[in-house]
Design a protein around this ligand. Structure first.
Ligand code: AMP
Ligand code: ZN
Length: 467
């Protein structure tokens, strides 16, 4: 399989450290709010990568952290802890917030057919391990204590900007634009491993440490959790492109200084989902969630298909218009598949040939849009229905689009009374607009007698028959 590697910025043949086995790490969500559909684009594409590696025969161990401490409002170690911010917003404790949004995240994943990683580890479970790693970094001279905090000393590295090709100034933007300069840092790119002193003294979660009561920095958690569950050698590290700097750059700095050898060979970064205003982000407040899409009547799996239609290394712009087009395409596709007969024998040579086409697409840097066109090629192929169904089932082990779901029942024949109800509701709306309350009330009683429940929503009026 050929994969684009951010380390080296080229497409490379994927070769794991151990034949047949893949250790994979994914930066998990910061659980101070719902995941937006941008975050979920990243998790969908990572899910496809994991499933494709399994499909290709690898034994995969996928680890994900849950960031429930240490991620400050700026990725460059300044500002308030995002978790504390979330807790204050909702008048809850940090742990209550963490539990609620972790559950919400996995519920969204389930709706999008995203498999749960083999290991999911909250950062707050691993404080002792973080402290151990920081102690070793101090002993080896890669870290220093200043103003009560422990910092990683980036001047001790031969190369800090490992994802190259971008100029230093661009990469340093996150640091330069920080809320304020941290005067304890010896170099502008140094970062915090452990905080005991922060402007925000009301940090709710603190742990004892050799440097005083405090809490870990964000980057150390991923280095440490990956090492804990994947060992010293990692094959693929995943995340959204915004994590490449400073987060992943700092992870590499810590891990390799600690281990004394190369740590991770392949870096898989998913480009952003944008909306009309630019990059979708939690801090913007009014972001799109899976629940919002559902409340508008969209099947979450259609959003998955929307993501698969474009390559993970291209930015993707969300609009309801494109999602509506995807709904039409998905419905048509499922109808076509469900009309395939279940009778007959699978022609295994033909099946292998069609699966080979899919592999060819996916082996080329996970080309999911081409992978999807193979689904249509299968439907058009010169093969019997049983073979087509079998192949589609195989492809769906990776695509997870419920391709073999039974077509929904045709809508029940409409009740001839429905039109009369629509007309009554329109008349009632008109009466209410004219402040003709007597007419409006009379119609309401008439509808109630017909066992009709009228619901006023912000998007207009809907109705249904009472149970
Ligand atoms: P967070 O919960 O903020 O830690 O982010 C979770 C994951 O979503 C990380 O891998 C981010 O890089 C990724 N991410 C954040 N914003 C976007 C976006 N607009 N599009 C795609 N991925 C994103
Ligand atoms: Zn991470």
């Amino acid at each position: 399989m050929i994969l684009y590697n951010s380390l080296g910025q080229t497409k490379q043949e994927f070769v794991p450290f151990t034949e047949g086995k893949v250790n994979m790490y994914t930066c998990g969500p910061t659980v101070y709010h719902y995941a937006h559909i941008g975050n979920l684009r990243t998790y969908i594409m990572e899910d496809v990568l994991e499933k494709y590696l399994r499909f290709a025969g690898y034994d995969v161990n996928r680890v994900m952290n849950i960031t429930d401490v240490g991620h400050l409002s700026s990725d460059a170690d300044t500002g308030e802890d995002k978790m504390l911010k979330g807790a204050k917003r909702e008048h809850k404790t940090v742990m209550e917030i963490a539990k609620f949004y972790t559950d919400a995240f996995f519920s969204d994943c389930e709706k999008l057919n995203i498999k749960r990683p083999d290991v999911v580890e909250p950062a707050t479970n691993c404080i002792a391990e973080f402290i151990d790693m920081i102690e070793v970094l101090l002993e080896k001279g890669f870290a220093y204590i200043a103003g009560g905090n422990v910092y990683f000393d980036t001047s001790k590295l031969d190369t800090y900007y490992v994802f190259g090709n971008m100029n230093e100034e661009d990469l340093a933007v996150g640091v330069r634009d920080s809320v304020e300069e941290d005067e304890n840092k010896r170099n502008k790119t140094d970062f915090v491993l452990w905080f005991t002193k922060s402007k925000f003294e009301d940090q709710e979660l603190k742990w004892d440490s050799p440097w005083g009561p405090g809490y870990p920095g964000w980057h150390i958690e991923c280095s440490c959790i990956s090492k804990k569950h994947n060992g010293e050698y990692l094959d693929i590290h995943c995340g959204g492109i915004d994590n490449a700097f400073p987060h992943h750059t700092n992870e590499i700095a810590q891990s390799e200084s600690y281990l004394g050898h190369k740590w991770c060979n392949y870096w898989f970064h998913v480009l952003h989902l944008n909306d009309a205003r630019g990059k979708m982000s939690k801090s913007k407040g009014d972001f799109l969630t899976v629940s919002l899409l559902e409340s508008k009547g969209y099947d979450p799996v259609v959003y998955r298909m929307f993501c698969l239609q474009s390559h993970y290394r291209k930015p993707l712009t969300f609009s309801y218009e494109s999602l509506d087009n995807c709904v039409k395409a998905y419905d048509k596709l499922i109808k076509r598949i469900s009309s395939l007969s279940k009778e007959g024998e699978v022609n295994s040579a033909k099946a292998e040939e069609l699966i080979g086409k899919f592999k060819e697409a996916m082996d080329n840097d996970l080309n999911t849009s081409l992978g999807l066109t193979v689904v249509y090629d299968v439907l058009k192929a010169d093969a019997n229905d049983a073979t087509k169904r079998y192949v589609l089932g195989e492809l769906d082990r990776v695509l997870s689009l419920n391709l073999l779901a039974e077509k929904e029942e045709a809508p029940k024949e409409s009740n001839p009374q429905d039109a009369e109800i629509d007309a009554l509701i329109a008349k009632r709306t008109e009466a209410r607009k004219n402040k003709d309350w007597a007419t409006a009330d009379a119609i309401r009683d008439q509808l109630a007698a017909m066992k009709v429940v009228v619901v006023d929503t912000k998007d207009g009026i809907s109705w249904h028959y009472a149970d």
